[in-house]
Design a protein. Structure first.
Length: 202
């Protein structure tokens, strides 16, 4: 855990926290670092409560982030709030990116969310759905595998995507918004690699 006193380093312009595997959250007053221009969070796989905290940092021009955790593990904001905050981040670098979705979540998202569709600099995206105990919960409260289909539909990637990996997805099919008139190539025309693993309902 970072000390709260780090948020008083008002002249700080670069902060590199790469490979801090156990780092779970940034201090809640992190946006007090109003002069911060570069923030590196590569391979911080346990990090949560991040996007909502840094969206107001107007001078931040370079955010190195390759893993984004969302879902019920976040006790301070809903899944929709987390994704809206991530959508607002314009400075995330491109390349490889992983979105880890921790289920169950009580949020039911509309497919028109388009939370990452404008991020045209992502070449390789992996969606990883976690929580093996979620099935009974979803069947009872959220309509079963349709929930995960709706959620993935709200995460439709940009058409520039080259590689797509989908792991642990519980939906019975890919979202309709991903394959207009059953033509996936119209949505992802540049895709050269597709990997589906542990998608037991497909």
């Amino acid at each position: 855990m970072l000390p709260n006193s780090i948020t008083k380093l008002y002249n700080l312009q670069t902060l590199d926290l790469s490979y801090c595997w156990s780092l779970k959250e940034l201090p809640k007053s992190f946006n007090n670092l109003f002069n911060l221009r570069v923030l590196r969070l590569d391979r911080c796989g346990s990090l949560t409560l991040m996007p909502c905290i840094i969206t107001g940092m107007s001078k931040l021009i370079n955010l190195d982030l390759d893993i984004f955790n969302v879902g019920e593990m976040h006790s301070h904001s809903s899944l929709k709030q987390q994704l809206e905050a991530f959508k607002a981040l314009k400075m995330v670098r491109g390349g490889d990116f992983e979105i880890v979705i921790h289920l169950p979540s009580s949020d039911v998202l509309a497919t028109e969310g388009d939370y990452i569709r404008d991020k045209d600099n992502f070449d390789n995206i992996r969606f990883r759905f976690l929580n093996k105990e979620r099935r009974d919960y979803e069947e009872e409260l959220l309509g079963g595998s349709d929930y995960e289909e709706k959620l993935l539909g709200a995460l439709r990637p940009h058409g520039n995507l080259i590689k797509l990996k989908l792991s642990g997805y519980g939906g019975g099919r890919l979202p309709r918004s991903w394959h207009i008139e059953d033509n996936l190539v119209s949505v992802l025309p540049n895709l050269v690699q597709l990997e589906l693993s542990e998608c037991c309902e497909l």
